[in-house]
Design a protein around this ligand. Sequence first.
Ligand code: SF4
Length: 372
Amino acid sequence: MSRAGDVARDALQAALRLFPWPTEAGLRRVGSPGPESPVLITGNYDLTVRRLLRALRGLDAWVVVAPSSGINVWCAAAGGHLTTHQVVTALKTSGIGSHVHHRRAILPPLAATGVLGREVSRRCGWKVRFGPVYAHDLPRYLAAKAHKADDMRRVRFGLRERLEMGAAWATPTAIVLGALAALFSSSWVLPVIGLTAALAFGVFLLYDRIPGPRRAIFAGAAAAVALVLAALSGGGPAALVTAALGPVAVTALLTFDYPGSTPIEGGSHFEERRWQITLDPDRCMGIFSCWEVCPEGVYEKRENPRKVVLAHDERCIRCGACIVQCPEDALFFSDEKGARIEPQTIRRFKLTLMGQRTIDSGEAPAEASDTA
Ligand code: SF4
């Protein structure tokens, strides 16, 4: 694909990011990989795979694309579409085992809510490590012999990510609301699309930086601007009412607390918002799997004794990855009454489209399958 075609496809996929976009699962070669070349695993979301292949340009590597229902790695792992089963199946069926002499694979750490590293090893003999969060850090990570620097461990919500999330929400929201506006008057379509897009980008660029009651401030300011524009363009009563109420409704939609979506609104719509990550130091054996997978840099390593500490528990977004991976069950959530939520329960939770956790009955948890 040409560079221009690649850029256009990136833009289209960024705009339609809320929807699955599958690419073929299986084995990809980067450069001229040999039997000692690194093996990387990802899900079959097209944008992710193309970004990964681009990030690896100039290197020799194998990429195993596991089926994840065409969904990006983080959402697929949290929602039960990228699990231990998919990774084991991809390793067994892609033929990678006949191309390399080693059995080491690198997974993105955002897969850690769904893929149990030690279970992959038990089921197919491949040793899994969780690499850097972002594909563009992979060349540095590989050059450093799989040493993960601190800046490779945390998810960032910088300008690029904010613009991508703005585009992802602006596109479907503007299409739906523009179509609704067309039912009333064709002259409303462009203003509604423009206002919706402006609100979507405004929410993701500014909203969490507004002090005080930000939802009211943001929606009020947007409604005031829309009212002035509607009045200046000679809109009738219906247009003025829509201009006043529309931004309030769209702001409420865009800032609803969808766990796993973005850190825009850390609200309390869901019970688990009040859960606290808790460490039982007596159980910690210094394996550091939590340190390796936590996307928020909550943990710090300590030697003498070799253990982790919860150094920044205020950063925890309750993704559950550390609990899923800890082989000693040294980590768990405590609810608002201090009661322990069993790690095995967290391993079986999957997020619904509305961000609510439900128990997944599809894949048996690790301990249960060990005894099967
Ligand atoms: S400490 Fe919180 S953010 Fe970090 S992996 Fe555990 S649950 Fe996720």
